[in-house]
Design a protein around this ligand. Sequence first.
Ligand SMILES: Nc1ncnc2c1ncn2[C@@H]1O[C@H](COP(=O)(O)OP(=O)(O)OP(=O)(O)O)[C@@H](O)[C@H]1O
Ligand code: SF4
Ligand SMILES: [Mg+2]
Length: 323
Amino acid sequence: MSAVPAIEVRGLRRIFNVRQGLFAPPRQVVAVDDVSFAVPAGSVLGVVGESGCGKSTLARMILGLLPPSAGDVLVDGQRLSDMDRRARARLIQPVFQDPFSSLNPRRRVRDIVAMPLMAQGNISRTEMDRRVEEALSRVGLSVEQGSRFPSQLSGGQRQRVAIARALVLRPRIVVCDEPTSALDVSVQAQILNLLAELRRELGLTYLFISHNLAVVEHVASEVAVMYLGRIVETNESEALFADPRHPYTRALLASVLTPEPGLGVPDVGLGDTMPDPANVPSGCRFHPRCPLAFERCPIEAPKRTPYGAGFVECHLAETAAAN
Ligand SMILES: Nc1ncnc2c1ncn2[C@@H]1O[C@H](COP(=O)(O)OP(=O)(O)OP(=O)(O)O)[C@@H](O)[C@H]1O
Ligand code: SF4
Ligand SMILES: [Mg+2]
């Protein structure tokens, strides 16, 4: 395992200015707030949290699709901001949730898969065909399926096309944002197994976003739990699931999960009050929903307390660590 992390994120922040009416003053939404982590090569970092907590914003910054308001993303030790689009594409590729909208319906599968190669330029037709066939075969699609249009494929096959497109440049890192959430439950396992197999065979590193904790537990070697733009707990997957320390992580693990896509984590057992990222609570941002909140919580933001291989942002963890 290389000493340089495949992905390193330092103090990453993203603010959106949102106007809710023509004359209303813009409000600031802090979608990602001071996020830092490092993902070793060959690992899978699972990112979980309710809808709107900033998972996709984080993913888009790591993919270079959205400039950060502050902080740095390093991919394989190189600053993303120092790379041009083509260099970035050779290192890191996305697989998004919805294979129905992310594939151009007017192009044949093999042309969709060839797009990242074409964007690199300087490649012969023969080499391109060879690489496209290799990518299709890696994801279990035939040459014949390569000549179809996306509408002629099933949901699972379309997601295989999206994965083939992500792999065709032989990247080191794949950012998967809810890659199975739009699929039938029976197909989800096939796609997850494929992603796991590809990781082993190709030595890939994944950032794996999912609202489904069972999926994250299955695929991730490390987990980061996000709440209102911050990582409030992170640890090795096994440790985090066996011994969650943050009250929010505990609520998530106790939550009733539904397989419906796009619902985030629908019932975290903390009431319906969805947190508002344009109006972040004082002190510990989780305090209005925290069953363990005490006097200090609304006043003072908790520090990151090291725990296991990661950290917890909760005053109770600070106290436990001091004792
Ligand atoms: N382009 C944008 N302009 C303004 N606000 C945005 C934009 N993109 C995201 N946001 C806001 O940033 C916050 C985080 O959104 P994000 O999509 O990253 O959440 P998420 O965790 O991916 O949610 P989900 O689980 O629903 O996909 C939300 O409040 C969202 O409304
Ligand atoms: S700091 Fe307080 S409010 Fe925040 S999670 Fe810990 S106990 Fe709950
Ligand atoms: Mg999202």
